[in-house]
Design a protein around this ligand. Structure first.
Ligand code: UQ1
Length: 798
């Protein structure tokens, strides 16, 4: 079957235009109302469009191929044949020229400034390429013709390396090698047993030569069109119109000069039904071409070439299975190799920067989607989207809690979450890991499990925000735009603020430890458990840090462990804090002061660790009340509370306040200057202790405020009161469950005094909270315990 070998635009031409795909994102950009989103949801526009494009390309070229087969390879009368290839090409060009002219009139596009001579030349080479590939068909089979033309990347690469001195990634050579190997496997003709000598012409005959010529002319056409596109910013239909008009001219000269025209007229007189077939061929060709343009415009060049390659593969299969073009097993392997190479090469091109956005992105699909091949293609294609209704920076506790809630309100593919980490860690559990009550592994789960369905996960770092332009830049330099932004980026640990700390943590984990990172937390329990007495120092760094309870929780647990290991009486336990008090909330501070007195713990306030001397096991502290004055402590164990800082990209952005944190209204979590931006968690300047409980208390408030803004609704929203909670574990079976607001007023949930050390609070912290976190909080189903507090207190509290 000679299907679709007259595809009117060689891929090179098609690929010229899609670079002008900046407007393809307009469909997603800004200003869509709730109503239009409902509409979008109803019709699931993206997928429908994609499917239509694929079907359009597939069906039109399939019919095209069948009709072409019947025209070119059919028998007429007794032994007449249709040999008027140039005339056929002429008719097809006429069709294309007419269709593109009509579209140009309707599209009201600007004038094309390209000089005619460029079109004249490139349409000549284009015509020549088309002709030689069609004449080749008289000598080779259709599969051979398609595969032969697949070698196109080879001359492109060869010229690139030899002439333009380009370098390609190693994989690319491999993919091209696959294609070449495939074609060689296909072309190789085994010597017949009787004739041992194989003549060169048998392997590389006239058909193959014509294919080669068509490749060269294809390459030339592509080169000229590249120039046209670069210089004149020409649109696809302009090019389609001009190329086809010029080709008509060249072809008409050819058919008149060779006399083909007159024989064709005679032929058509004898077999008039061929005219309707030629019409059908022209229409399907033009329709297919338009679907190609639409695919490029809506989904980009990669999608288009995947579609056309897939289509060719299917037509080859049809040709083999239905029309009985003979093929050997070796040739089958060759075909598979060629298409494998072509696909890999296309995907490689995409990651090389030919698409608008080339970062690693993952779409989370539901099970039904996973089963559908169509949606696997959709997933690949979604890599080209770079505008989202909502972008969330950070897939930690705050980012996920908001994403999960908003994913239920917004249509598919409206939300993108940017986060590089593929593991989600339950950070509140690290104190318990330090005490040997849990393992670090228990606290880690794959991030992919928690990215809400229908949300795009962009596995990348955000490294710049331009809120005036609604843009976020990723670590690979690409940018994504948003209508709304939630910043939930967290806070950065920086041990480098303490001289010698990183070196000591890395190289002396027997003495210097910290529960604050995934790497260091794994050493803590061993060190504490092996401790045989001496001086154990626990530090609290300079503010700002998240959860100011954590640095002392690990101290209470360690102190308890020393008792259990019978080394407590040989040990001095010291707590050096940069704060003036042990805890910021009076009620709990009083309880904790009792505990440290009772347990004989030394408390030194206003001391900040500035240097660790691992060799001499000395920790140098600055006296914050007398800046510049140092105090040296000898240690046998030093637990370092990690100094923290806002991420640099945030601190530098217009979203930050003077301290570098995202400047939001504390009651609404809306940004003070950019109303379409919200912030949650550690990265914000909300004056409360940053804990998972604070996220629980604030995520629903953020989501409601943002929803009101997005949908123009006016639903009542509670003001965030700063609710936070700090379960201060004070030993292996006891805990003070601090809960309080912005002003340090206790906001206790249970109808008992939570300021007392309790086993119940310990069980809540150790066994109940982790489950609540994984199952309820980051899935968007936990808005904090306020309801229970009111219930338990019979409405008597705030
Ligand atoms: C909480 O809601 C929460 O999020 C799940 C935590 O995170 C780990 C907490 O530690 C705490 C204390 C709360 C508050 C909840 C109750 C029932 C007191």
């Amino acid at each position: 079957m000679a299907a679709a070998n007259l595809e009117l635009f060689p891929p090179c031409l098609v690929l010229q235009d899609e670079h002008d795909n900046s407007h393809q994102h307009e469909h997603f950009r800004g200003g869509l109302t709730a109503g239009s989103y409902k509409f979008l949801r109803l019709f699931n526009l993206q997928s429908t469009k994609l499917f239509t494009c694929f079907l359009g390309i597939f069906v039109s070229y399939l019919i095209f191929g069948i009709v072409q087969e019947s025209i070119v390879k059919g028998t007429y009368g007794k032994n007449d044949k249709f040999t008027f290839i140039l005339s056929l090409v002429f008719f097809l060009c006429v069709f294309n020229a007419i269709v593109s002219k009509i579209i140009l009139i309707f599209r009201k596009s600007h004038r094309d400034s390209t000089p005619s001579k460029m079109y004249a030349f490139s349409s000549f080479t284009y015509l020549f390429a088309m002709l030689s590939s069609n004449y080749a068909l008289e000598f080779v089979s259709y599969p051979m013709q398609v595969l032969g033309k697949s070698v196109k990347p080879v001359p492109v690469m060869l010229l690139g390396v030899l002439v333009a001195k380009k370098r390609y990634p190693l994989e690319k050579y491999f993919y091209v090698l696959l294609i070449v190997l495939g074609v060689v496997l296909f072309m190789y003709k085994e010597p017949k047993e009787t004739t041992k000598i194989v003549q060169a012409g048998e392997i590389f005959g006239i058909g193959e030569f014509l294919l080669f010529v068509s490749l060269v002319f294809d390459g030339l056409t592509g080169g000229i069109q590249d120039k046209i596109r670069d210089k004149h910013k020409v649109q696809a239909y302009h090019m389609m119109f001009a190329m086809n008009t010029w080709s008509c001219l060249w072809a008409s000269i050819g058919i008149i000069a060779t006399g083909e025209f007159y024989s064709l007229i005679e032929f058509l007189k004898t077999y008039p039904y061929v005219i309707s077939n030629i019409f059908l061929l022209g229409i399907t060709g033009a329709v297919g071409q338009n679907f190609i343009f639409l695919t490029i415009e809506w989904f980009g060049p990669l999608t288009c070439s995947i579609f056309t390659t897939t289509r060719k593969f299917f037509t080859i299969l049809c040709s083999i299975l239905i029309f009985g073009n003979p093929i050997t097993f070796r040739q089958m392997c060759g075909t598979v190799l060629v298409f494998l190479g072509l696909f890999l090469e296309q995907l490689q091109n995409e990651t090389d920067g030919e698409s608008t956005l080339h970062c690693k992105k993952k779409r989370v699909l539901n099970r039904q989607e996973m089963n559908s091949v169509f949606h696997i293609i959709v997933r690949r294609l979604s890599t080209q989207q770079n505008h989202y209704k909502l972008v969330i920076i950070g897939a930690g506790c705050g980012g996920l809690a908001c994403a999960a809630k908003l994913a239920k309100k917004l249509p598919k593919d409206s939300i993108a979450i940017i986060d590089k980490n593929d593991t989600h860690i339950y950070q509140p559990g690290w104190t318990l890991v330090g005490a040997g009550l849990k393992t670090a592994e228990e606290l880690e789960k794959p991030q992919s499990q928690f990215i809400p369905q229908n949300t795009t996960w962009i596995q990348s770092y955000a490294n710049k925000i331009e809120p005036e332009k609604n843009l976020v830049q990723l670590d690979d330099g690409s940018k994504i735009s948003y209508d709304y932004l939630i910043v939930a980026a967290g806070i950065e640990m920086n041990f480098n603020k303490i001289k010698g700390a990183v070196d000591a943590l890395d190289n002396d984990p027997q003495h210097v430890i910290s529960i604050y990172t995934r790497k260091y937390v794994r050493n803590v329990f061993n060190t504490l458990n092996n401790f045989r007495g001496g001086q154990a120092i626990f530090t609290f760094p300079m503010m700002p840090i998240k959860c100011p309870g954590a640095p002392q929780k690990i101290m209470y647990l360690a102190e308890d462990l020393f008792r259990r290991n019978n080394v407590r009486d040989k040990t001095t336990v010291i707590y050096n804090t940069s704060l003036p008090v042990i805890f910021g909330v009076k009620k709990y501070a009083a309880a904790l002061m009792e505990i440290i007195k009772e347990r004989n713990i030394q408390l030194n306030t206003r001391l900040n660790l500035v240097e660790v001397r691992a060799k001499s096991k000395e920790a140098i502290f600055e006296n914050l009340d007398q800046p510049g004055t140092m105090k040296t402590f000898k240690y046998d164990i030093l637990h370092i509370g990690a100094p923290m800082q806002p991420f640099e990209f945030l601190a530098k952005s217009p979203l930050a306040d003077a301290t570098g944190f995202v400047d939001v209204v504390k009651e609404t979590l809306q940004h003070k200057k950019f109303p379409n931006v919200f912030g949650i968690g550690d990265c914000t300047n909300i004056p409360t202790s940053k804990t998972a409980a604070a996220i629980a208390g604030s995520n629903s408030i953020l989501v409601r405020n943002l929803s009101n803004l997005m949908f123009g609704t006016n639903n009542p929203v509670r003001k965030y009161d700063g609710y936070t909670s700090c379960p201060l574990v004070t030993g292996y079976n006891k805990c003070i469950l601090a809960e309080f607001d912005f002003d340090g007023n206790p906001l206790e949930t249970l109808p008992i005094n939570q300021g007392k050390e309790r086993r119940l609070s310990y069980i809540l912290k150790k066994d109940v909270m982790p489950t609540m976190y994984w199952k309820m909080l980051i899935t968007g189903n936990w808005n904090g315990p306020a309801v229970f507090r009111k219930l338990f207190h019979l409405g008597g509290t705030k």
